[in-house]
Design a protein around this ligand. Structure first.
Ligand code: OGA
Ligand code: MN
Length: 213
């Protein structure tokens, strides 16, 4: 288009984002295998492995900043919050894609997403996260939960465990293997979910939330 004003107004429909939105509307969750490129998944995995080697991941707590405690019998993962102001090139690519998605949701679904927060997570062998909801009693701003898996190529539920179980409204439980590159998105207010115990290996992911004001 010649006219820059038309270019600005032209809305580009994104088939992948549309698939996610349809799935969220139908069942309150979506599973996507190709949200990020395989190269980016590989690079994010390397970043997380490096952090683990440097011991910069810390035992995750329950609750939010004003109300938190560590409970090994509820969740056993180690995390590090991602700081976008200190992001490296790999993380910047990650955030860029997330921001495109947020802008799309706000434009097409009027979702009013104003904030995002993400952390790396590592579940050692034997750890799990009991059935829970991602919203806190004193903070209900989380509207969409996103989990991106960074496990090795050969991860299986049989050998490694660590599946995500989503408890849907119709009573049907969905069990999802944490395959590398898989992104699971679900409505934070509605869907209870659980991470089953890791049987072997280390379960790697980036987990985050899109939030309203
Ligand atoms: C969480 C969570 C799910 C997963 O961190 O709140 O539920 O599959 N994670 O890692
Ligand atoms: Mn959760």
């Amino acid at each position: 288009m010649e006219n820059p004003i038309f270019e600005e107004l032209a809305f580009q429909e994104n088939p992948l984002f549309e698939r996610i939105i349809t799935s969220l509307l139908d069942q309150k969750y979506a599973v996507v295998e190709d949200f990020f490129s395989p190269e980016l998944i590989h690079q994010l995995r390397q970043v997380l492995l490096q952090k683990n080697e440097e011991n910069s991941l810390k035992k995750a707590a329950i609750g939010n900043k004003t109300n938190q405690f560590i409970a090994r019998e509820i969740r056993g993962d180690f995390i590090q919050w991602m700081d976008q102001s200190k992001a490296n090139a790999v993380e910047n690519t990650f955030f860029q894609r997330i921001e495109n998605f947020i802008n799309y949701l706000n434009k097409t679904c009027f979702m009013g997403i104003l904030h995002k927060e993400f952390h790396y997570a590592l579940y050692p062998k034997g750890t799990f996260y009991e059935r829970h909801l991602d919203t806190f009693k004193n903070d209900d701003r989380r509207i969409l939960s996103m989990v991106l898996y960074l496990n090795d190529q050969h991860w299986t539920i049989e050998k490694n465990g660590g599946e995500l179980v989503i408890y849907t409204a119709n009573g049907k439980d969905i069990s999802l293997a944490p395959y590398p590159g898989r992104l699971v998105i679900f409505e934070s207010h509605f869907l209870e979910h659980e991470v089953k115990p890791v049987k072997s290996g280390e379960r790697l992911s980036i987990t985050g939330w899109l939030k309203t004001r």
